[in-house]
Design a protein around this ligand. Structure first.
Ligand SMILES: C[S@@+](CC[C@H](N)C(=O)[O-])C[C@H]1O[C@@H](n2cnc3c(N)ncnc32)[C@H](O)[C@@H]1O
Length: 253
C-alpha cells in the first residue's frame, strides 16, 4: 500500500523552484553528494532515478559522475518541473517518464537504479524494491536512500506535524533493515551508513506556531540551521540524530 497520493505530490511540486540544483551550502545536499561520489565511484553508463522530481540529483549524476540520466515520477507537475530544470541546466538526458512506478512495465534495464526518499512511502517495501530490480542490469548498482524519522526526529516531528510521520514507513529506517534486505534479493551490500549528521531542515512543520512546544522546537531548529553551515559536523553520525540512510548494492551477474 502507498502511504501518499499523487495529489499530495502534485501540490508539493506545483511551485517547484527552478533551476533546482544540488547545493553544497545546504548541509543535507552536501552530505548526500559526498556519499554518492564516494560509494558510486567507478559507476558508468545509464542511471534511472525512481521518484525523480525535481531532477537535481539526475543533473548532479550527469555532470559530476558522467552518467546518462533517466527518471520516472507519477506527479505531472513534478515531471514538467524536472524537464524544465534539466533543460535550463543544459543536461542531456534519456527518458523522463510520467507514470506510476508500480504499474509501468520495465521495458529496459539500467546500469544504476536509484531512489532517494521513495521506498519509505510504501508499507510493502520488498515489493517496491523488487520493482527497482526489474529495471536493473545484472552486475548493476542499486542505490536506496531514505530519511531517518527515528531517533530524535520522531518526537520533533510529532510536535511539528504528526501527519508527516503517518506518510512514512518508520520500520525500514535503520541500517539493519538494509543489511537484511540484501540476501532476500541476491544483492551484495557494498555500503550502508547513517549520513547527514543532525539536519534541522528534515522535520516539516506548518506555518505559524500552535503552542509553547512548537515555539521551542522551531526556535531550536532555526539556531541549528546556522550551526549546520559548519562542515565539521558532517562526519558526526549516529542512528540517534543522523538524518538519512544510504545503502548501495551490487546485483549478482
Ligand atoms: C521524496 S520525493 C523524492 C525527491 C527527489 N528524488 C529528491 O530527493 O530530489 C518522492 C517522489 O516520488 C514520487 N512518487 C511517489 N509514489 C510514486 C509512484 N507510485 N510512482 C512514481 N512516482 C512516485 C513523488 O511524486 C515524489 O516526486
Amino acid at each position: 500500500m502507498e502511504l501518499t497520493e499523487v495529489e499530495f505530490w502534485d501540490e508539493y511540486w506545483a511551485n517547484c523552484r527552478l533551476p533546482n540544483v544540488v547545493d553544497g551550502n545546504f548541509s543535507f545536499d552536501r552530505c548526500l553528494r559526498d556519499e554518492l561520489l564516494r560509494s558510486l565511484a567507478g559507476c558508468r553508463g545509464e542511471v534511472l532515478e525512481v521518484g525523480c522530481v525535481p531532477g537535481k540529483w539526475l543533473a548532479f549524476m550527469a555532470e559530476d559522475m558522467g552518467l546518462v540520466p533517466s527518471g520516472i515520477d507519477f506527479s505531472k507537475s513534478g515531471v514538467e518541473c524536472t524537464l524544465r530544470n534539466l533543460e535550463m541546466l543544459g543536461i542531456e538526458h534519456g527518458r523522463i517518464v510520467c507514470g506510476d512506478f508500480l504499474k509501468l512495465p520495465a521495458d529496459r534495464r539500467f546500469d544504476v537504479v536509484l531512489s532517494l526518499g521513495f521506498i519509505e512511502h510504501f508499507s510493502d517495501v520488498d515489493a517496491v524494491v523488487g520493482r527497482h530490480l526489474d529495471w536493473l542490469k545484472p552486475g548493476g548498482t542499486l542505490v536506496l536512500g531514505v530519511p531517518n524519522f527515528r531517533g530524535v526526529y520522531g518526537p520533533i516531528q510529532a510536535v511539528l506535524d504528526k501527519t508527516v510521520l503517518d506518510k512514512h514507513n518508520l520500520e525500514i529506517m535503520s541500517t539493519s533493515f538494509f543489511e537484511e534486505l540484501g540476501p532476500r534479493f541476491d544483492l551484495i551490500l557494498k555500503s550502508v551508513a547513517y549520513i547527514g549528521s543532525f539536519e534541522p531542515l528534515l522535520p516539516m512543520g506548518r506555518p505559524g506556531v500552535t503552542g509553547p512546544a512548537q515555539f521551542f522546537v522551531k526556535a531550536f531548529l532555526r539556531v541549528c540551521t546556522y550551526i549546520r553551515r559548519l562542515r565539521l559536523f558532517d562526519r558526526l553520525n549516529s542512528r540517534f540524530f543522523s538524518s538519512y540512510i544510504l545503502a548501495v548494492y551490487t546485483r549478482e551477474s
